[in-house]
Design a protein around this ligand. Structure first.
Ligand SMILES: NC(=O)c1ccc[n+]([C@@H]2O[C@H](COP(=O)([O-])OP(=O)(O)OC[C@H]3O[C@@H](n4cnc5c(N)ncnc54)[C@H](O)[C@@H]3O)[C@@H](O)[C@H]2O)c1
Length: 371
């Protein structure tokens, strides 16, 4: 993962930690442990404040996202490290909608950045593909589209029922995510941007995506920009992933193709993501959910959360520390120091301890070289 625009780039940072539900409570402490290795350096103070928002609190006192939470996070924190939400005791998933979708929309985190990076050849299910071939980033529009919750039922529960869900696309919303993708490519020396939509069938909403894309492309003449319909994109990502550097698409399609990408790069346990508003408090999380089927067993893979914390460090402008965390993850993959989902026999806590130790050594060696 390359540079992301910075929040403050200052020497100290405050991190809000929201482990959430299920395995979120098992993997986030491991990511914090790794970040604490970074914070042990005098130049890199990090302060962590944990919040217990999730199913337990919601069931206990009815609070999902407290009223003052958004203003507090925006004003008092640089970034948020988030686990996952979802609990079988809350079948409506109301608390998850309030907290995660609430934060994405109220903090206006319009960029969902999902790197798809194969860290070791043996983890891709594709034959004859290597780390060189699978190295892209998906930018998913994160505040609009089919996820805004505009819609309704008519004659619900009857044989004549109608359900409507509106796809909301604003010019401002479409323009800022496509521009972000181009700017990211430019800043990181990436040569190819692919915009994907379904404008052949969604002739209003995605016509807007087409027009905005055509308007912006000439401003980035050094970048080879192309368009693919979303169905073709899904096919091409599997047929030849090496053709992509940057993909930009709408909320729903980005949700789907980034999971496809996660699988190409070794599965959900390894996939990180950032929910970003450049220059403002942003949220970093693993792509996976709360995995109730393995929660409480201590075997959840913490690497997605650890890689999300590397993205958080990128966001703070602490590039060499972010690289040290990614090197640690690569080393764990190389040495098979892994949880069972990746074929290892370690527990989440053991992987976290090993990585924290690796990162502590890497950052202190670096500090000795460049005081
Ligand atoms: N961002 C989020 O908070 C988020 C994202 C997706 C799903 N969810 C919620 O999570 C709950 C479970 O959803 P799901 O089962 O569809 O998806 P999931 O990602 O929780 O699990 C899918 C499968 O992958 C496995 N898995 C996921 N993460 C893993 C990890 N770190 N290590 C090892 N194995 C891992 C699980 O055991 C399961 O078999 C639901 O309530 C859903 O709404 C939340």
């Amino acid at each position: 993962m390359a540079n992301l625009p910075l929040r403050k780039g200052g020497p100290a940072a405050r991190i809000a930690v929201i482990p959430g539900d299920g395995i979120g409570k098992e993997v986030i402490p491991e990511a914090v442990k790794v970040l604490q290795s970074v914070a042990a350096q005098p130049r890199r103070p990090l302060e962590f404040v944990e919040f217990d928002w999730g199913a337990d609190r919601y069931l206990r006192d009815g609070v999902s996202l407290p009223e003052d939470a958004v203003a507090m996070l925006r004003d008092e924190f640089d970034a948020i490290l988030f686990g996952a939400l979802g609990d079988p005791r809350v079948p409506s998933n109301q608390h998850a909608a309030d907290i995660l979708l609430g934060l994405r929309s109220k903090l206006d985190l319009y960029v969902n950045a999902r790197p798809v990076e194969l860290l070791q050849d043996r983890f891709t299910p594709l034959r004859d593909r290597s780390e060189r071939d699978i190295r892209m980033i998906v930018f998913r529009e994160n505040t609009e589209g089919l996820y805004v919750g505009v819609g309704g039922f008519f004659k619900k529960g009857t044989p004549d029922e109608i359900a409507v869900q509106e796809d909301v696309n604003s010019r401002k919303g479409v323009e800022r995510i496509i521009r972000y993708a181009f700017e990211y490519a430019r800043q990181n020396g990436l040569k190819r941007v692919c915009m994907s939509d379904k404008s052949n069938a969604m002739t209003f909403a995605h016509d807007l995506w087409q027009r905005v894309f055509k308007q912006l492309r000439p401003q980035y003449p050094e970048i080879e920009s192309r368009h693919l319909y979303i169905d073709a994109l899904a096919m091409e990502m599997v047929r030849d992933p090496s053709q992509f550097d940057v993909i930009v698409t709408c909320n729903l399609f980005g949700d789907i193709v980034s999971d496809l990408g996660a699988q190409l790069a070794g599965g959900l346990g390894l996939a990180p993501s950032g929910n970003i508003h450049p220059g403002q408090t942003s949220l970093f999380e693993p792509v996976h959910g709360s995995a109730p089927n393995i929660a409480g067993k201590g075997i959840a893979n913490p690497l997605g959360s650890v890689l999300a914390s590397a993205m958080l460090l990128d966001f703070l402008g602490w590039k060499s520390e972010a690289d040290a965390v990614r090197s640690g993850v690569k080393a764990a993959l190389r040495d098979n120091y892994l949880t069972p989902d990746l074929g290892g026999d370690k527990r989440a806590v053991e992987v976290g301890d090993w990585l924290a130790n690796f990162v502590a050594k890497a950052v202190s060696a670096k500090a000795k070289v460049s005081p």
